[in-house]
Write a protein that binds this ligand. Structure first.
Ligand code: HEC
Ligand code: HEC
Length: 391
């Protein structure tokens, strides 16, 4: 119940933020100059000391994020799998790479990714956006952008554009040759840190002091969400509706992953390979089925759900948790998730009336931030030169 109390106290006496972005003034960094603008009701994210945030790096990263030059066959950019209008994630059950290869997992929302304590669905080893970006560009199993062994070609494609010559030298003024893979990932990370969603009706109600922002139904849904009956807040709590967050001043940091009972294929808690969660990375049986709890901000615009897109909509999500885990009657994934022996104690199952279900959905809907989904400053730069490779 602690989190409700905090939310209520904050909601009671809040300064309405004048700006339309809901973001605070840029915070001055130690070295001077404007830092990343973060709303004053969010904690400051951790930014690696070797990649201080600058607007110039973020602008370069924005171009790179939307540029098909990053894929070998010029068909995809990061935005192909992470489009803005659905919260920087596509609506496919599983991601499809530039050569048509199907990824074992679903793409992920980049909403407030600056605060993610680990990146990807279940990988405790990937802890910075800088290192994460190497995988989609260079991995060959599965192929995403397909640039494995083609670093020089990628750098050459960028180097030959005046647009990039100007922006690389503005972003990395001290480098003799700023065209490096490390600078590409540093810039992509800097842009992704600007993907801040903090102006949903929930934020307006709780943090910006607008009592009209949430319907009565959504307010009842909020109480349910934070209740000991539904338990959602244990894993999807805090300012970002995920316990997998890291920020300045945080006392406990460390990777957090949970088994929410989606599968139980062998009666011993088994998940269908290769998507065995943290187990896929560590090989440790104790990590079977453990995944990161994604942020629930902008959740209603990004169905289907879960790491493999196997849950179609919010009603199915609620059915899953109400049953204390999903039952799959037949087929290769058959099993009773509620009897998964590794399942978290916070997924006990619950009864929920039709009206309460509507209230819970209205609350989840109130986490949708229209401004974030449409803000042109987070979209492609107008003047990014198109890429037409020679055959
Ligand atoms: C082919 C589709 C595809 C492309 C292209 C792609 N991604 Fe992803 N992205 C994914 C998938 C799938 C995951 C989940 C990976 C996993 O769990 O193994 C993911 C996860 C992420 C995450 C982790 C988010 C989180 O909350 O943990 C980040 C960050 C990310 N991608 C950034 C990028 C960037 C930057 C690019 C461009 C360089 C990019 N992606 C290109 C499909 C894609
Ligand atoms: C024990 C921790 C835990 C609890 C409690 C919990 N969740 Fe989750 N939730 C997770 C994890 C872990 C995932 C990702 C699982 C996966 O992909 O296999 C997830 C995924 C989701 C998703 C899909 C998000 C996406 O982007 O695909 C939704 C929606 C969701 N949970 C809503 C809820 C609601 C509503 C409640 C309360 C009824 C709840 N959760 C309770 C851990 C939890």
């Amino acid at each position: 119940m602690k989190q409700v109390a905090i939310a209520m106290v904050v909601g009671a006496g809040l300064v309405a933020l004048g700006s339309t972005t809901g973001c605070g003034e840029p915070v001055a960094e130690e070295g001077g100059g404007p830092g990343l603008a973060v709303p004053d009701y969010f904690p400051q994210p951790q930014i690696p000391a070797d990649n201080p945030w600058t607007p110039e790096k973020a602008q370069l990263g924005r171009g790179l994020f939307y540029d098909k030059r990053l894929s070998a066959n010029a068909t995809q950019s990061c935005a192909s799998c992470h489009p803005q209008e659905s919260g920087f994630v596509d609506n496919l059950p599983r991601a499809v790479g530039s050569t048509g290869e199907v990824h074992p997992r679903r793409s992920m929302t980049l909403t407030n990714v600056a605060w993610a304590s680990t990146l990807n669905w279940a990988n405790p080893l990937v802890t910075t956006l800088e290192s994460q970006a190497l995988t989609p560009i260079f991995s060959d199993h599965p192929v995403e952008l397909g640039m494995a062994d083609r670093e020089e070609e990628l750098l050459e494609r960028l180097r030959e554009q005046p647009w990039y010559q100007q922006r690389f030298s503005e972003a990395f003024p001290d480098d003799d040759d700023p065209f490096t893979v490390a600078n590409i990932t540093a810039a992509l990370a800097s842009f992704q840190r600007t993907l801040i969603s903090a102006n949903s009706p929930y934020d307006q109600f709780v943090y910006q002091g607008d009592p009209e922002a949430l319907s009565e139904s959504a307010q009842r849904g909020m109480t349910l969400f934070f209740s000991e009956r539904l338990e959602c807040f244990h894993c999807h709590g805090g300012f970002n509706f995920s316990d997998s967050v890291d920020h300045q001043g945080q006392t406990f940091t460390g990777p957090i992953f949970h088994v929410n009972g989606l599968y139980n294929i062998d009666g011993e808690g088994g998940y269908p390979p290769p998507n065995t969660g943290v187990h896929e990375v560590t090989g440790d049986e104790g990590d079977m089925g453990r995944f990161k709890a994604p942020t629930l901000r902008n959740v209603t615009v990004r169905q289907p759900y879960m790491h493999d897109g196997s849950v179609a909509d919010l009603d199915e999500v609620i059915d899953h948790y109400a049953a204390g885990g999903r039952t799959i009657a037949d087929g290769p994934h058959a099993g009773v998730g509620s009897e998964n022996p590794n399942k978290s104690m916070f997924v006990p199952g619950f009864l929920i009336s039709d009206e309460e279900r509507e209230d819970l959905k209205a609350f989840l809907e109130s986490l949708t931030d229209e401004e974030f989904l449409t803000n042109p400053e987070l979209g492609p730069p107008d003047d990014l030169p198109p890429f037409e490779p020679e055959e």
